[in-house]
Design a protein around this ligand. Structure first.
Ligand code: IPE
Ligand code: IPE
Ligand code: MG
Length: 230
């Protein structure tokens, strides 16, 4: 495929928001929106890989989302079950690996087991990584890092903090995309986002297709990242 975007980010992170509103507009239950969102997520991963992006992080469940109604959470867990039994196999076949950030111990035991297997069975030589943020919250992540540092009993440098985060093996996101029209980060990658470029769109996540993704990458590729320099 013709590649006409000059500057491809190495790591793109996506706040996949708007599934519930997408379903509501269709007079359907919220879970219907999450199902559509998962299909959009799979298509987005394929697109990201084809564009030469190496890391794609997707915010699928925040620490705060755990207080949503039981039926909605059960619908999400069913999607995770499906993803980690079926969809990951297609990912592996395409040479991609799956990683997870967040505290999965709060999820149902069978979902935890599927997630662990999904990570473990990923190809060792992968060139593309899908990182799922599950029961992820940046404040919880930083609190955990601070406690780990305290138990070491030594002063920490910035690099030490990075190495205590869930993302220790993953470069900071170059671009953070949020769909669904809200202009906030909602506890996503607060440390790692220090110099990320931000892209907000009103498009609800189930409608965020490959063209929309390409548009976000094109916007990124035209940015001037100064990192505080002149
Ligand atoms: C984002 O969509 C997906 C999750 C939080 C799991 P929402 O479920 O927040 O959808 P809206 O924002 O209510 O439309
Ligand atoms: C952020 O969306 C979390 C995910 C996309 C998983 P929310 O819908 O939970 O965020 P708020 O509540 O609008 O800030
Ligand atoms: Mg939302």
């Amino acid at each position: 495929m013709k590649q006409d975007i000059a500057n491809i980010p190495r790591h793109v992170a996506v706040i996949m928001d708007g599934n519930g509103r997408w379903a509501k507009k269709r007079l359907m239950p919220r879970t219907f929106g999450h199902n559509a969102g998962m299909n959009a997520m799979i298509a987005m991963a394929r697109k990201a890989k084809s564009m030469g992006i190496r890391y794609l992080t997707v915010y699928a469940l925040s620490t705060e989302n755990l207080s949503r109604p039981k039926e909605e959470l059960e619908g999400l867990y069913n999607l995770f079950r499906k993803y980690f039994t079926k969809n990951v196999k297609d990912l592996y076949a395409e040479g991609a690996a799956v990683r997870v950030i967040g505290d999965i111990t709060a999820l149902p035991q069978d979902v935890q087991t599927l997630i662990e297997e999904g990570v473990k069975n990923s190809p060792a030589d992968a060139q593309f990584f899908v990182i799922l943020a599950l029961n992820y919250g940046a404040r919880a992540e930083l609190t955990r890092a601070v406690n780990a540092a305290i138990s070491r009993g030594e002063r920490v440098e910035e690099g030490d903090i990075s190495s205590l985060l869930y993302t220790k093996d993953i470069p900071d996101p170059d671009l953070i995309i949020r769909t669904g029209g809200e202009l906030r980060l909602s506890n996503f990658l607060l440390w790692q986002a220090a110099y990320s470029e931000l892209y907000f769109t009103d498009v609800l996540f189930p409608d965020f297709d490959e063209k929309q993704f390409e548009k976000a990458i094109a916007s990124y590729s035209g940015r001037n990242r100064r990192f505080g320099k002149i």
